[in-house]
Design a protein around this ligand. Sequence first.
Ligand code: SF4
Ligand code: FES
Length: 360
Amino acid sequence: MDRPFGLLAELTYRCPLACAYCSNPLELAAYDDELGTAEWQRVFTEAAAMGVLQCHLSGGEPLLRRDLVELVRTAADLGMYTNLVTSAIGLSRGRAEELKEAGLDHVQVSVQADEPATSDRIAGIPSFERKLRAAAVVKELGWPLTVNVVVHRQNIDRLAEIIALVEELDADRVELANTQYYGWAWRNRAALLPSRAQLAAAEDVVRAARERLAGRMEVLHVLADYYSAYPKPCMGGWAARQLTVAPNGDALPCPAAQTLPLPRASVREESLQRIWDDAPVFTAFRGTGWMSDPCRTCDRREIDFGGCRCQAFQLTGDAARTDPVCHLSPDHALVADAVEAANAGGRRHEEVLVPRPHRA
Ligand code: SF4
Ligand code: FES
């Protein structure tokens, strides 16, 4: 069995923003009983002992945790590379200096668009200017800065301008990630899935930016899997390299796995090592033994691992089926029909369902 490489610590699902593509669970009240400081510190200690090298502190908005500096210090002292995944709302200069002193290695800031009106509409609250100020603080304090942009039907036509903004922020890396359809993004799929023409234009923009920015800024483009012939190798394989701990202590092989009908495993009840080794939620789809046709006999089964289990469940109601994104899947029409609808017009932004900000 592989050892986990990365831990996604979802410290809280509370968040000041309310993005229409949020992939967090829809029923957030179930996660209000958050792990305390000592519990997270134990999780980090166990993760480091298992060989985890990267600790991603995420949410929701991790800056809403009052003990964030303490948690960063623990993870850094354990020798893990620490990455703060944030909207940047709440990243004052004072807080940033404390995090720096505690040993935080890297900051990833989300940006929704290149100008305030669209950005604030997508984020659900006025936040654009605060994000830019916080990104500047990240650079001033000498951190490597990654800007993450979730790309969708409502902002994809502005990709050139978004990249120009990221360049102005002097980011070291930009992740242009087409929306993954979980949580609210799933509910809003018709308003978020771009058309084929939009995607083709975006690919030209990204290609030109890569050439222009070579050696200065890394441009990562996560393609829209609905338009791919083959699915993404989600998480590098189920329970192979990554693990997630949700705010309430549920341990999961990926952030969306709480939707699957598998028994829960909690770090409040068992050690992380034991969960990784034996919990059904981790063992259910590990390796290739669980596969049925067409994946079972397919040459690509060790390349894409049959795609995404959560997407298979979301679309077919059976997490053990081939990801319907795959053109070989007997359920591929479920994806093809959504693509066809997107190319016939999709849904307008006025019709987007917006989650309420979760501030419990
Ligand atoms: Fe991947 Fe399964 Fe499709 Fe083969 S049939 S390409 S293993 S999803
Ligand atoms: Fe859960 Fe892909 S998001 S396996």
